[in-house]
Design a protein around this ligand. Structure first.
Ligand SMILES: Nc1nc2c(ncn2[C@@H]2O[C@H](COP(=O)(O)OP(=O)(O)OP(=O)(O)O)[C@@H](O)[C@H]2O)c(=O)[nH]1
Length: 303
């Protein structure tokens, strides 16, 4: 603490908003420098509010990753912002509104209306610039975007490659107000390791099963132990609705499930910085929607 009692550290919440599939989770992972939110080509991958924490020197930024907003989720952004803003520790002091290249849809317009209502300063992040071939079209679109709202900045990035993400991070960190750190310096998320393990498995399932896998598929971590040698022993249970889905996930001779397991294990080892022994099981569960346990693992009831 300095003499005038203002903390030497700076800290604040930043909400990441945008319609589904614009790359919010990819951006969050880049900003935090670690995988804290799962990503996939399928829209609506994010079901949970994930906090990614970025601490560098004396600045801490706590990111909130929202499920993709579309017309039916009108209240999500308000709920999110109210919840974060009512925190006694810090307030959401910035919004990152992510859009995709030169595309602008009704869902983007809907998110923008919510941003306007919130009255919060907003940086417009134009992601996926690698996909924009026409520079002139991008410039014209940026001009058009800047007329839609008084954004504090317009920031083109490529979250996938990380291009310009560091500069964005500097911009965000520079604007954080004096505040004690909310989380310990070595935290990158407020989610438990068990939760992260289930999310990683779910990501690999979505990646490797293509469009056939229904969103109703859930993952539960049945066991999460650290053995004496420091290895994590993790048992994951994948719950599906039909026998055919089970066969699809397991694949011929178990090859498919093995691949999912290997990829998930690698990500877990990177995240937990420990060796991981992962076992996966697939079980058919009928009437899962009535099952509170399965619903919980989908994230319902967490609010
Ligand atoms: N070409 C390109 N693709 C990107 C970029 N950023 C993200 N993507 C891809 O876009 C897809 C969606 O990314 P996500 O990060 O899951 O998007 P999201 O906005 O979090 O999606 P929801 O969870 O549905 O809200 C994935 O396939 C990403 O790899 C980028 O800068 N360039």
């Amino acid at each position: 603490m300095s003499d005038n009692t203002l903390p030497e550290t700076r800290c604040g919440f930043v909400a990441i908003v945008g319609r589904p599939n614009v790359g919010k989770s990819t951006l969050l992972n880049r900003l935090v420098g670690q995988k804290v939110s799962i990503t996939s080509r399928k829209p609506q991958t994010t079901r949970h509010r994930i906090v990614g924490i970025d601490t560098e020197d004396k600045v801490q930024t706590v990111y909130i990753d929202t499920p993709g907003l579309h017309q039916e989720e009108k209240k999500a952004i308000n709920r999110l912002m109210n919840r974060a803003a009512s925190s006694s520790l810090a307030e959401v002091n910035k919004v990152l509104f992510v859009v995709e290249g030169t595309r602008w849809t009704d869902d983007d317009a809907h998110v923008l209306s919510k941003v306007k209502q919130s009255g919060l300063p907003c940086v417009l992040v134009i992601n996926k610039i690698d996909k924009v071939e026409n520079d002139q079209a991008l410039m014209e679109h940026l001009t058009w975007l800047s007329d839609q709202h008084k954004f504090s900045d317009l920031f083109p990035v490529c979250a996938k490659s990380g291009k310009r993400v560091d500069a964005l991070r500097d911009l965000i960190n520079a604007s954080q107000p004096p505040c004690e750190f909310i989380f310990p310096e070595d935290y990158i998320t407020d989610r438990s390791s068990r939760f992260m393990a289930a999310e990683i498995i779910r990501e690999k399932l979505m990646r490797f099963t293509g469009d056939e896998l229904p969103y109703s598929t859930t993952v539960e971590i049945e066991q999460f132990l650290m053995a004496e040698n420091g290895t994590y022993r993790i048992n994951g249970l994948i719950l599906v609705e039909r026998e055919s889905q089970k066969r699809m996930i397991i694949g011929k001779g178990g090859q498919h499930l093995k691949k999912i397991g290997t990829e998930a294990r690698k990500d877990m080892e990177q995240l937990f910085e420990q060796s991981v022994f992962l076992e996966l099981w697939v079980k058919v569960k009928s009437g899962w929607a009535d099952d509170e346990r399965a619903l919980r693992s989908l994230g319902y009831g967490l609010d």
